[in-house]
Design a protein around this ligand. Structure first.
Ligand SMILES: *Cc1c(COP(=O)(O)O)cnc(C)c1O
Length: 403
């Protein structure tokens, strides 16, 4: 169906940070399937691990114990502040699980809906999310997404969501106080530690610390959507480590499988609310997808990629800051964490999609984050020479646009 405005190339082959189109043209890939291909393309270890897994077992139902799934859950809980994991197949689906978990927390732990509340009425649970957020495209996840353009035409939306401006402590406090004025009402706060699609806005530490305090005071779940920033991309293994607060739950997807679809909701013991039969996924956590996740996490560790991402992030920020200083009338600045960086355009510059298109002609793949930000989300294995080449090609693209 006509769901995507696609660029006019077909990618048919990849190796490391490089991809080739059907005409044989080579591109430096700073998109990585939008923050998915953690280890780059056709990684040798990934190929061997997945081939071996295919020779053993691809899929079995969650009717049975699945050792690869238990092993991946342990790899996540051993390396994070979380205690238990539910597996699914995408970011939106991980957030759906988190939203159901939040509702259950509200209805049971906070007792919001126990007094015979009518659905959607003043005694039903609320979830607070940020404006300009992005949480996916299923009905509840897109309702959680605080961007009206994604709701348009799909109303009625799911009930029980309220929005506030990201990083705005006063606005958050006001919304929380008004929501709780008649008694317990808020089940959860769902936030990206850094907003990705919404324009690469890093979370503010003081804001997140205050949200954490207030959630603790009211027994409200604090859930982080780490679908884009989790699994090493920030320069820490988990996005929450950048903010100095521990959430009660995180959602993961994109980078976790390195290109094999997998999603996850990881929770602390205090938020371990699902009982058998309450949530499920046919494909979720199958042996093949979990082998991919295990391989990604093992390679991050073996190749010391998290500290590599810190260094590469600093270098990319430096190179982009130099580019900004050479084109001060077009470029406003650079912001981001690790290998999620956004080059912010001034109103005088061509739009982000125009720049992305021109970069493609120069052999560089980039992705917009809204109309005024060009986003870099390369494979985590990218090297300094690639980053220099990427910024050279981007500058050539700007020149080709008459900048
Ligand atoms: C991409 C993304 C999603 C949606 O993930 P899908 O796998 O496309 O459903 C959710 N949250 C964030 C922060 C994302 O970047």
């Amino acid at each position: 169906m006509d769901t995507y405005a696609r660029f006019p190339i077909s990618l048919t082959r990849g190796r490391g940070v490089w991809v080739w189109d059907s005409s044989g043209k080579r591109y430096l890939d700073c998109v990585a399937g939008i923050a998915v291909c953690t280890l780059g393309h056709s990684d040798g270890r990934m190929k061997r691990a997945l081939s071996r897994q295919l020779g053993k077992l691809q899929h079995v139902s969650n009717l049975y114990r699945i050792p690869e799934q238990e092993e991946l859950a342990a790899a996540i809980t051993d390396s994070s502040c979380m205690d238990r994991v539910f597996f699914c197949n995408s970011g939106a689906e991980a957030n759906e699980a988190a939203i159901k978990l939040a509702r259950k927390h509200g209805n049971t732990v906070r007792g919001i809906n126990t007094a015979g509340g009518i659905p959607g009425g003043e005694h039903s649970p609320l979830i607070l999310t940020a404006q300009a957020s992005f949480h996916g495209r299923t009905l509840a996840a897109v309702t959680a997404t605080g961007q009206p353009k994604y709701h348009q035409g799909f109303e009625p939306m799911v009930q029980g969501f309220r929005y506030f401006p990201y990083n705005d402590t006063a606005a958050f406090e006001t919304l929380l106080a008004s929501s709780e004025a008649q008694g317990p009402r808020v089940a959860a706060v769902l936030l990206e530690p850094i907003q990705g699609e919404g324009g690469v806005h890093p979370g503010n530490r003081a804001f997140f610390q205050r949200v954490r305090e207030l959630c603790d005071a009211h027994n409200i779940l604090l859930i982080f959507d780490e679908v884009q920033i989790g699994v090493g991309r920030s320069g820490q293994l988990w996005g929450y480590e950048q903010l100095g607060v521990e959430p009660d739950a995180i959602t993961l997807a994109k980078g976790l499988g390195g290109g094999i679809p997998i999603g996850a909701l990881a929770v602390k013991a205090k938020a371990d609310h699902f009982r058998p039969g309450e949530h499920a996924s046919t494909f979720g956590g199958n042996p093949f997808a979990c082998r991919a996740g295990l391989t990604v996490l093992a390679e991050l560790e073996r190749r010391k990629l998290v500290s590599h991402v810190q260094r590469m992030g600093e270098l990319l920020q430096e190179l982009l800051a130099e580019l900004v200083s050479r084109h001060p009338t077009l470029l406003e600045g650079v912001r981001g964490w690790g290998l999620l960086q956004g080059l912010v355009l001034r109103a005088e510059a061509p739009s982000a999609p125009e720049i992305v298109m021109a970069a493609m002609e120069q052999g560089l793949l980039l992705v917009p984050a809204g109309p005024q930000v060009v986003r870099f989300v390369p494979p985590l294995v990218i090297q300094p020479r690639h980053l220099r080449l990427a910024v050279d090609r981007l500058e050539r693209a700007l020149t080709s646009l008459g900048c």
